[in-house]
Write a protein that binds this ligand. Structure first.
Ligand code: HEC
Ligand code: HEC
Ligand code: HEC
Ligand code: HEC
Ligand code: HEC
Ligand code: HEC
Ligand code: HEC
Ligand code: HEC
Ligand code: HEC
Ligand code: HEC
Length: 516
């Protein structure tokens, strides 16, 4: 006869001596791998018989081990009894369930029969805990018998999975043919549904230019030995337009020191406040630590944003008259500041307090017995003018000389007078410097703040960037081959499905390929 042949029913083929083949002729010594099981072809004395050694995988701590082989020797060695028994089993476990697949109509009655084994008997192992709720509904994933799991089944339940690249770009085409199952596994997998083989990333990222010649993303194949210095991302305001999002994310390179600055439009000196001798406060000298201004958020991952009210106003008041503790203006809104000032001076005018009496009209209008007399129009205008002048004078002082101006960048719009002439540049403190990766303060609480942010105590300007570079991380984190350091694969720091790139589903359903 023509020898032994194997034909795979799925287009993915089967493993023959470590290679994927759809069709292959077998000879003694060849090793077949189907799923996780290994079959070795052994020579046999009989010309018509083949001996197959079956190795059943046993999963322990994630490793796939192969048990001692069971030898299957089909053919003439089997007794008629064995034959009958095997055929019986085949009918019970193979033909009946198969007929359910071929003839969907009888599927439910078959499932309901208690005498028949459930589909689970075919299973190479239990599902991951995240999928346990699927139970024995194998057809949730395996729709066509003997075919690899298709993306559409996964997407049926995971319709909101995000893509890795912006789905409006041509980059999507690089993922053609990358099935969900090329990175996700099922059955008998230990801790995770995700394949943590670095090749799932380095296939592309070791030499991304090969896949996408015009990319600006630099290559990375191992965190310890081949990974670029981090770029940081900050928001920068563009132009002076107050309409439509004036902020744009820009990427900063450490090798470009002129542009390696943050533009939060806030003035601040860490060095001044972290003076080891202490700083003045209403309750006397205080020595400040990082935690006086930076507190972790509820997850511990990031720091809460700096707030004037919580972090600064204890020492920095907003009094416009230092001798009058009631003369505070509200924070954060120029209109409200101006309103407060106007109310203050209107009140003062009416009260005929020291400053206001020197103004003609004020005294007369308020003479005893004259309270009921309404102000004449001319008087009203005079009062308004005076209040405006006073308010504007103080506003100018606050916005150009002290208080607001000491913390804020304030610009003047040429040609305008009145309140409209000032603009407190919007404050933008960066919260996420590395949107392309994750960093978690909570995982590093054992370290002191200055062990990473070592420049903080001497930084004199808010424009200084205090975020550590890759060399600091490498003191502890090594690549996948490293044993002396924390072994760090790509997935420790990077997600694959990135938020806001668009739904994976949409690209498969209706490819929209617009070049950027
Ligand atoms: C959550 C989806 C899911 C469910 C539910 C599921 N499987 Fe799977 N199964 C997979 C994936 C993914 C593979 C990996 C092979 C592939 O790419 O098709 C797989 C592989 C297999 C294989 C090996 C095939 C091969 O090519 O390696 C068998 C046999 C199998 N499953 C049987 C079952 C049975 C029986 C059930 C019901 C108890 C079941 N599966 C339920 C997802 C699933
Ligand atoms: C019948 C619905 C269903 C199908 C089909 C299904 N899943 Fe899931 N999957 C779930 C549910 C439910 C969870 C758990 C809740 C969650 O994390 O969203 C889950 C969780 C996951 C997770 C996250 C696991 C974790 O540890 O957080 C991954 C990855 C995943 N599925 C991948 C797949 C892939 C790949 C397929 C196709 C082979 C698939 N799923 C098919 C319902 C499904
Ligand atoms: C190139 C590899 C790759 C491909 C292809 C891929 N994934 Fe993932 N997937 C990952 C990795 C890595 C993670 C874990 C890291 C993360 O959180 O993004 C993950 C996480 C997930 C999660 C859980 C976290 C989340 O973002 O919801 C789900 C669900 C998931 N994948 C479903 C799918 C589905 C469905 C497909 C097919 C349309 C798919 N994946 C294709 C690599 C891949
Ligand atoms: C099929 C090829 C392919 C695979 C596989 C792949 N990527 Fe990417 N990756 C890309 C492309 C294309 C880009 C976008 C390049 C660009 O914008 O020029 C990208 C971008 C990135 C970026 C940069 C994001 C940014 O905007 O700065 C990171 C980080 C990244 N991938 C990590 C990973 C990780 C981690 C994995 C493995 C889980 C992975 N990639 C798997 C092709 C791939
Ligand atoms: C008196 C309040 C205060 C104290 C104390 C303080 N900070 Fe800050 N910190 C700020 C303010 C305000 C900003 C935002 C302005 C800026 O970027 O400088 C900031 C920003 C930062 C940033 C992010 C911005 C960047 O440029 O990198 C880091 C990191 C930081 N501080 C670390 C520290 C560390 C470490 C300490 C302790 C050694 C510390 N800070 C003590 C008020 C403070
Ligand atoms: C413990 C008290 C204290 C806290 C809290 C504090 N500061 Fe200060 N700050 C001072 C003192 C004292 C000075 C020095 C004042 C001087 O020299 O006139 C100062 C000076 C400044 C200056 C320079 C002012 C100038 O006129 O040169 C700025 C800007 C500033 N602080 C911003 C902030 C910000 C923003 C916060 C909140 C994140 C803050 N400070 C929190 C006590 C404090
Ligand atoms: C001690 C420093 C300090 C002083 C003095 C100060 N601010 Fe602020 N201001 C801040 C900080 C810090 C923020 C950002 C965090 C917040 O909103 O609390 C801010 C935010 C603002 C914002 C919001 C900006 C935005 O884009 O959201 C406005 C407007 C503002 N301040 C106006 C003023 C005005 C007007 C004054 C004077 C009356 C003033 N500030 C005085 C520190 C100060
Ligand atoms: C292992 C190094 C490391 C240590 C230790 C560390 N940081 Fe950070 N810190 C970072 C990195 C990296 C970032 C940028 C992360 C990002 O934005 O995604 C950052 C960001 C920040 C920021 C600005 C962004 C934000 O979340 O507001 C502040 C403020 C900050 N750290 C303060 C601190 C303080 C306070 C401590 C001590 C309690 C501390 N850090 C300890 C590495 C470290
Ligand atoms: C002083 C040593 C040290 C430094 C410096 C350090 N790390 Fe870590 N990092 C660790 C350790 C230890 C863990 C915990 C490892 C584990 O859980 O297996 C960790 C965990 C992490 C994790 C996983 C967090 C999680 O959610 O489980 C990330 C991401 C990470 N580090 C990123 C960074 C980055 C980025 C830097 C540089 C800015 C950095 N680390 C600097 C020691 C360090
Ligand atoms: C210890 C954490 C860590 C590990 C491990 C790590 N990265 Fe990164 N990676 C980062 C950080 C942080 C950035 C900067 C994030 C940003 O650009 O927002 C980055 C940036 C990148 C970029 C963008 C490069 C550019 O041109 O700006 C790529 C691509 C990338 N990493 C791929 C990988 C790959 C592939 C692996 C696995 C071989 C990996 N990374 C392992 C932390 C890590």
């Amino acid at each position: 006869m023509g020898g032994l042949r194997v034909t795979a029913v799925s287009s993915r083929g089967v493993g023959v001596n470590g290679r994927r083949e759809v069709r292959a002729a077998l000879k003694p010594g060849d090793v077949l791998q189907i799923g996780a099981a290994k079959l070795t072809v052994r020579p046999s004395r009989s010309r018509r018989a083949v001996i197959l050694e079956v190795y059943e995988p046993v999963s322990e701590n994630g490793e796939v081990d192969y048990e001692r082989p069971d030898t299957l020797a089909p053919g003439p060695r089997m007794s008629p009894w064995s034959w009958a028994l095997s055929l019986g089993f085949a009918a019970l476990f193979l033909l009946l369930p198969l007929s359910g697949v071929v003839m969907p109509g009888i599927q439910d009655p078959l499932r309901a029969t208690p005498l028949l084994p459930s589909d689970a008997l075919w299973s190479p192992g239990p599902l991951h805990t995240a999928h346990q709720s699927i139970g024995n509904r194998c057809d949730a994933c395996h729709v066509k018998p003997f075919e690899a799991v298709r993306d559409q089944e996964c997407l049926g339940c995971h319709a909101t999975v995000q893509h890795h690249v912006d789905i409006r770009t041509a980059d999507v085409s690089l993922f053609e043919g990358r099935q969900c199952t090329s990175c996700h596994m099922e059955h008998k997998q230990p801790a995770t549904l995700v394949q943590r083989d670095p090749r799932a990333c380095t296939d592309c990222h070791a030499d991304l230019g090969h896949q996408k010649p015009d990319t600006k993303v630099r290559n990375a194949s191992d965190f310890g030995t081949d990974h670029p210095e981090f770029r940081l991302t900050v928001l920068a305001s563009i132009g002076t337009s107050e309409t439509a999002s004036p902020w744009r994310a820009i990427r900063l390179d450490r090798d470009d020191p002129d542009h390696f600055v943050e533009r939060s439009h806030l003035k601040f000196s860490h060095a001044q406040h972290l003076d080891p001798k202490g700083v003045k406060s209403p309750t006397g000298e205080r020595i400040l630590g990082c935690q006086d201004c930076h507190r972790p958020n509820s997850s511990g991952r990031d720091m809460l944003p700096i707030r004037m009210e919580t972090n600064c106003s204890g020492c920095h008041s907003l009094l416009f008259d230092e001798h009058d503790p009631t003369s505070g203006v509200p924070h954060g809104n120029l209109e409200a500041v101006y309103k407060t000032l106007r109310e203050h001076f209107s009140h003062e005018y009416l009260q005929q307090s020291a400053g206001a009496t020197s103004f003609g009209g004020g005294r007369q209008a308020r003479r005893p017995g004259n309270e009921q007399r309404a102000m004449s129009e001319a008087e009203q205008r005079r009062a308004r003018d005076w209040v405006d002048t006073q308010s504007l004078k103080i506003a100018r002082e606050l916005l150009e000389k002290r208080v607001c101006a000491s913390c804020h960048e304030v610009t003047r719009v040429p040609g305008l007078s009145g309140l409209e002439q000032w603009r407190v540049e919007p404050v933008q403190l960066t919260a996420n410097w590395m949107p392309g990766a994750r960093f978690d303060h909570a995982a590093h609480v054992s370290e002191t703040c200055v062990s990473c942010h070592n420049h903080a105590p001497e930084s004199k300007h808010a424009t200084d960037i205090l975020i550590p570079g890759i060399s600091r991380c490498r003191e502890c984190h090594g690549g996948t081959g490293s044993s002396a350091k924390v072994t760090s694969d790509c997935l420790m720091c990077h997600p694959f499905h990135v938020p806001n790139r668009g739904l994976w589903l949409r690209t498969t359903a209706s490819p929209q390929r617009v070049s950027r």
